[in-house]
Design a protein around this ligand. Structure first.
Ligand code: SF4
Length: 380
């Protein structure tokens, strides 16, 4: 089984903190769709290898696609890939870009999971982040999704905004939970290089939340989510039973995936191999169309991932998500999890940071708070 990611690089307006590739004009949409179809066709040999178990339309703002545009994309995918009957098909949706009619149309085209970018329910925070919607539109979007029959709805939230108090974050979190989502992704605000937010921070206009405050908010989030019956299955991801994001889990467990569209990444490992290839598309819509127009793939980065790097990635990704699967480790690498790392893990277990089981090594909530540090300590 493999996964597909489609990057739809259009947004109404760039958000203050965003470093994903997207443009504010939809004028190049038709040219983009032509190029996307060419790219999908160029990978049809992969389509013959494995059926697709998850498909994720991200961006950018895929909910800016009109139903006929989405129909065109889905038609092209179905022509060259076998989408499994029970595939998880997610569309990232921004409040303020959809109506009940478009949501219904997306569902009729095979989308069965909406990931709704709410981020906050507080007016001043939404303004600060430069989001195009308000709290009312966010709530309406979730209600429309339910009304149109979506049984799998996720919401994205952001915490640790400059000056944000625990009470303010709790307000957003509890309003999100009152909408009964199946899945919540709660990210701390990261100051990414090259964003308008980074400029404001550099000139001293904005002071990011202190690490201690971020830790307090994260700890509070974990407690609230647990109390509300959500499984914490990745650093920033929480799911009701049966609603983990299969697509993201595929990324974190080294399953094969192809990414289409500008800036999309792909990962492919041949069967019974201990190494893999990762590649990335050019992050520019004009160049992307240009390459494909000339019959070339729009790839600008390609790296071979050898056995040692695969092991370290498996360790890092596993710790940040559901744990390192020790059986799969042995199967894939033909060796037990290294004794030196196991001893280090035992020390960390003594500190209450992780649980060292017979089948897996996974972080505790206490460990999640320093996931990257722990992964760095365990590197091979
Ligand atoms: S809507 Fe999403 S992709 Fe677009 S600018 Fe905002 S955060 Fe970035």
């Amino acid at each position: 089984m493999s996964s597909l990611y489609l990057h739809i690089p259009f947004c109404e307006r760039k958000c203050l903190y965003c470093d994903f590739y997207s443009i504010e004009s939809r004028a190049p949409m038709e040219g983009f769709l032509d190029a996307l179809e060419r790219e999908i066709r160029a990978y049809k040999a992969y389509g013959a290898l494995e059926p697709v178990s998850t498909l994720f339309l991200g961006g950018g703002t895929p909910s800016l696609l009109s139903p006929p545009q989405l129909e065109r994309i889905m038609g092209s995918l179905r022509e060259h890939f076998t989408i499994a009957a029970d595939a998880e098909v997610t569309l990232e949706t921004n409040p303020g870009t959809v109506s009940g009619r478009t949501i219904a149309a997306f569902r009729s085209l095979g989308v069965n999971r909406l990931s709704i970018g709410i981020q906050s329910f507080r007016a001043e925070e939404l303004r600060f982040l430069d989001r195009i919607h308000d709290a009312h539109q966010a709530e309406a979007c979730v209600r429309m999704a339910r009304a149109e029959g979506f049984a799998n709805v996720s919401v994205d939230l952001i915490y640790a905004l400059p000056g944000q108090t625990a009470l303010q974050w709790e307000e957003t979190l509890s309003r999100a939970l009152s909408l009964e989502p199946d899945h919540v992704s709660a990210y701390s605000l990261i100051v990414e290089q090259g964003t308008p937010l980074a400029r404001l921070v550099a000139e001293g206009t904005v002071v990011p939340a202190a690490a201690e405050q971020e830790a307090i908010l994260y700890e509070g989030t974990m407690a609230v989510m647990k109390k509300n019956g959500f499984e914490h299955y990745e650093v920033s991801s929480y799911a009701r039973p049966g609603f983990t994001c299969r697509h993201n889990i595929a990324y974190w467990t080294h399953e094969n995936y192809l990414g289409f569209g500008p800036s999309a990444h792909s990962f492919w490992m041949e069967k019974n191999s201990q190494s893999a290839v990762r590649w990335a598309n050019v992050a520019n819509i004009a160049s992307y169309g240009g390459f494909l127009g000339e019959g070339k793939l729009p790839v600008t980065m390609r790296e071979d991932i050898g056995r040692a790097q695969m092991m370290n990635e498996r360790l890092f990704l596993g710790l940040r998500s559901g744990g390192i699967d020790l059986h799969r480790w042995k199967n894939d690498f033909g060796a037990e999890f290294p004794a030196a790392q196991r001893n280090l893990a035992a020390d960390l277990e003594g500190e209450g940071r992780l649980i060292l089981g017979g089948d897996s090594i996974r972080l505790t909530d206490h460990g999640y708070m320093m996931a990257d540090e722990i992964a760095a300590r365990l590197m091979i």
